[in-house]
Design a protein around this ligand. Structure first.
Ligand code: MRU
Length: 341
């Protein structure tokens, strides 16, 4: 059972976010009363993780619909502003599209945001249960970035799976990659694992190959920001490296994500827009400049793992198995449904 507080809440007419920029040192709530506050919170990673930014954006539309100049135009402008914050996670575009549709149908946008939030909680519960069944007793599992409560507003995707597998007695140890440059693993995943009482060790991202070569990793589970129709997966940069290493060492590599992360309109990973962030994030460590003055840097926030390296996608509708393009196509028809183990 996770003891991490849900990071997204609606209180007294505004959106409140557990400010992930301050974690793990301070539990500070950021109050967003205007759409611009929500947009800035997403851009600066006060709220982050694909499902969480989609839900936050949906609440942002609710703010626009309630604001002093509230009309359909204000909501459409808000959707445009929120969409411009981050390009890779399709959950953001998906939630905004749900918002536009609700607006056209005259539905209440706060009710929609609450419904999307609740649907995410349910999806996380279901996929965690499906994913836990993939584990064997005593598994040592490696994960990257943060795909937990903080990243979804529910119980988490990859970390939800790991939590459920731990509760079932199937996880002995977690390796958490620190996740340079913004340290979502070191700051957020470590915080969540600690609160859940799951044994773990942080490792530098570049240790993953050594751990696998030494036989210390039984399984890898990561989240996703967008899954193309052919099963290619965009996730936090470094995920691709882990998948290649997993193939080299014969280790199961799984992606856990709700179906709202699957983008049937994007054919392959080549078509997924990958966010590039400020070079300053790489040139510094924990806010302190480390590279010499005048040094340049590139900062790709995500990479793409080809479908061929993915052993399964754990969703709320069950585990999609290769060939992933066919499994994804079937899921969209609602064909894939089996009882959680
Ligand atoms: O840049 P971030 O921290 O938003 O990146 C997050 C990730 O890459 C997660 O793995 C992904 O969004 C899945 S979250 C359930």
């Amino acid at each position: 059972v996770s003891l991490t507080p849900e990071p997204i809440r609606w209180r007294d007419g505004a959106l409140e976010l557990l400010d992930q920029r301050c974690l793990p040192h301070a539990e500070q709530w950021l109050r967003c009363e205007r759409v611009e506050d929500v947009a800035e919170a997403i851009e600066t990673l006060a709220v982050r993780g694909a499902p969480a930014i989609g839900i936050a954006a949906a609440y942002g539309l609710a703010l626009a619909a309630r604001g002093p100049s509230a009309d359909a135009g204000a909501v459409i402008d808000a959707a445009r502003r929120l969409q411009a914050t981050r390009p890779t996670a399709v959950n953001l575009a998906w939630a905004l599209e749900e918002g536009r549709r609700a607006l056209a149908e005259g539905r209440d946008l706060l009710e929609l945001a609450c419904a999307l939030h609740e649907a995410q909680r349910e999806a996380d519960r279901a996929l965690s249960s499906y994913g836990a069944a993939l584990f064997a007793a005593g598994d040592r599992v490696l994960t990257h970035c943060n795909a937990g409560v903080l990243a979804t507003g529910g119980s988490g995707t990859a970390l939800g799976v790991i939590g459920a597998a731990f509760a079932a007695g199937r996880v002995a140890h977690v390796w958490a990659c620190e996740t340079r440059p913004l340290l979502q693993g070191a700051r957020l995943t470590a915080w969540e694992l600690q609160r859940a009482g799951i044994p773990f060790a942080l490792v530098t991202d570049s240790s993953a190959g050594l751990l696998m070569a030494r036989g210390l990793v039984d399984r890898i589970v990561v989240g996703a920001d967008r899954i193309a129709a052919n099963g290619d997966v965009a996730n936090k940069v470094g995920t691709y490296t882990l998948a290649v290493l997993a193939a080299r060492h014969g280790i199961g590599f799984y992606v856990a994500a709700p179906l709202s992360t699957v983008d049937a309109a994007t054919a392959t990973g080549d078509d997924i827009p990958l966010e590039r962030r400020s070079a300053d994030e790489v040139l510094a460590f924990a806010g302190e400049r480390v590279a010499p003055a005048g040094a340049g840097a590139e900062n790709w926030a995500f990479d793409v793992t080809p479908a061929a390296l993915v052993h399964g996608i754990v969703t709320e509708a069950g585990v999609l198995e290769p060939p992933l393009d066919r499994a994804i196509a079937r899921t969209r028809g609602g064909a894939l449904r089996s009882a959680p183990a």
